[in-house]
Design a binder for this molecule. Structure first.
Ligand SMILES: [Zn+2]
Length: 91
């Protein structure tokens, strides 16, 4: 748990719980096979969701438009996968 996060938002942060939920979702979806780059089966899941922010044709941020993703990375070679959180966590 992060004291800093708790001070900023008033809510506790449970990164381990989030990682467990994401690991379970990857297994349930069959998305935890070996790394296609190096063959390792050692995946790590980021503690936090990432936001891929939408841009307009001029390259400016579009407020409120983007997708939230779960970063999953190979612990051996670093290959990074991004899973859409609303699809990964859907049953
Ligand atoms: Zn790999």
């Amino acid at each position: 748990m992060s004291d800093f996060h708790e001070r900023q938002t008033g809510l506790p942060e449970d990164a381990a719980w989030s990682r467990d939920v994401h690991h379970e979702a990857l297994a349930r979806k069959g998305a935890d096979g070996n790394c296609e780059a190096c063959g390792s089966g050692a995946w790590g899941v980021g503690e936090r969701l990432l936001l891929i922010q939408a841009l307009d044709p001029a390259g400016r941020f579009v407020p409120g438009s983007g997708v939230e993703v779960v970063p999953v990375f190979c612990r051996h070679c670093g290959l990074l996968h991004l899973h859409l959180v609303n699809v990964l966590l859907r049953d």
